[in-house]
Design a protein around this ligand. Structure first.
Ligand SMILES: [Mn+2]
Length: 430
């Protein structure tokens, strides 16, 4: 049995208050779905088996370029962060893995492993950081890292990625995610071709050090921190990278890293078709890389992404095994609450996508019945699947209402007694 941080009494009594209503709602939805030929229990079981990784950096309060306003009881170090991640999983039962960021989360790997397994958690993809300077490092990343004009700086960045792999091997991770801040602010500042050549050469060295059962994820982003050009700017370049490096290299799609109005679900479909979809950094945005809670701005877009994922899952698309990770920044909410609701929104979109009548959809597509094809998706999207999500959590001893139970348990107030208040400060998404 794993240790728990939310008392079983509090969780039990919170669930008890809500269970009768849930049973009735679930039965009603089950009856509706059975009229559509869908077995609600089968959907519930699929949802219960669907997991998403929590980023260690997501449990601290984020910030903007302007300021950071810390909340009470902020995690002091990676061990506090692991505890906060454990709470998210205890209540949602959707997040049994944590994704680490090095050097932010650097600690004795054996201690990390112990701390996680105490709560039944394990580790997802490792994330390297060559977009900021670590204390005492010889060369600065101000003008780039893996694509830097200076050989020594590139070597240092490669070395850091190798260290991330090494730590990851000890703690049981199976993937490395590389996102670089490399790019330019002004036309002419760097040579596009030379920069990309240098990047590819550096990535080849990292790829060569990848254990046989690992995957390498590269993440594209069109702007920020560089505002004129980035070295890995879009999914096309990302696909070229994965193709150049080899079979263990895949593209990671962060939903906030595209131009406004880009058809992300279509990018996802293309990457699936050519066996290069590595996984996701889920979040939501209105304008750019806003890193808001998944599904909070455009839930239909998230559903359409999941429509492609479920389609690939059901037709057993070759090489399809994407990693699901959250990547968010929480500036005005309790990060634990935001992450719980995001994990829930991701499961919601997965559940809704499972309800799509795919046979009917294919027939409407073949008949060029645009209206009914669109309605087939909307029918699934309009279905309130909350009783399925709640039942999946309850079945796995989670909370019917994770945020309600979390607030009833007073976790944040409790940890605030041990964790000293942090002063407000300058910007930086940390
Ligand atoms: Mn990301």
């Amino acid at each position: 049995m794993s240790d728990t941080l939310i008392s079983a009494d509090v969780l039990g009594s919170d669930n008890k208050k809500r269970e009768a209503a849930l049973t009735s709602d679930y039965a009603h939805l089950g009856e509706q779905l059975s009229r559509r030929g869908i077995d609600i229990d089968a959907i519930r079981d699929k949802v219960a088996a669907f997991h998403v990784a929590v980023p260690s950096w997501g449990v601290g309060t984020g910030g903007t370029r302007f300021a950071r306003f810390p909340g009470a009881g902020e995690p002091r170090d990676i061990f506090d962060k692991i505890e906060d991640c454990a709470v998210i999983n205890e209540l949602t039962r959707a997040t049994p893995t944590v994704s680490l960021h090095i050097p932010w989360d650097k600690a004795d790997p054996n201690r990390l492993k112990q701390a996680a397994s105490r709560f039944g958690l394990s580790f997802d993809a490792m994330n390297s950081n060559t977009f900021s300077d670590a204390k005492g490092q010889a060369n600065s990343y101000k003008f780039g890292s893996l694509s830097h004009a200076d050989k020594g700086t590139r070597a240092q960045a490669v070395e850091h990625n190798l260290e991330c792999i090494e730590i990851g091997e000890t703690i049981g991770s199976k993937a490395l995610t590389v996102w670089i801040g490399d790019g330019t602010n002004f036309p002419g500042q760097a040579d596009f071709t030379k920069s990309f050549e240098r990047y590819l050469d550096a990535m080849r060295e990292i790829y060569a050090a990848l254990p046989a059962d690992w995957k390498l994820f590269t993440e594209h982003k069109m702007y920020e921190p560089a505002f004129y050009s980035t070295v890995v700017q879009d999914w096309g370049t990302n696909y070229m990278i994965a193709k150049e490096l080899g079979d263990k290299a895949y593209c990671l799609v962060d939903l906030g890293h595209h131009a406004p109005n880009v058809n992300i679900e279509m990018i996802v479909a293309r990457l699936i078709q050519f066996e290069k979809l590595g996984g996701f950094h889920f979040n939501d945005s209105k304008y750019g890389d806003d890193d808001l809670d998944a599904g909070s701005i455009d839930p239909f877009r998230l559903f359409l992404v999941f429509n492609e994922l479920v389609d690939a899952e059901l037709r057993r698309a070759k090489g399809f095994a994407p990693a699901h990770m959250l990547d968010q920044s929480h500036n005005v909410t309790d990060p634990i609450e935001s992450l719980m609701r995001s994990a829930n929104e991701i499961r919601r979109c997965y559940a809704m996508a499972l309800l799509v009548d795919r046979k009917a959809l294919a027939a409407y597509q073949d008949d060029n019945d645009a209206l009914m094809a669109s309605e087939t998706l909307k029918t699934a999207f309009r279905t309130d699947v909350e009783p399925i999500l709640a039942m999946a959590r309850l079945k796995d001893n989670g909370a019917i209402d994770p945020i309600g139970a979390y607030r009833a348990a007073g976790y944040r107030q409790k940890v605030a007694l041990d964790r000293p208040a942090v002063e407000s400060g300058g910007g930086g998404i940390v």
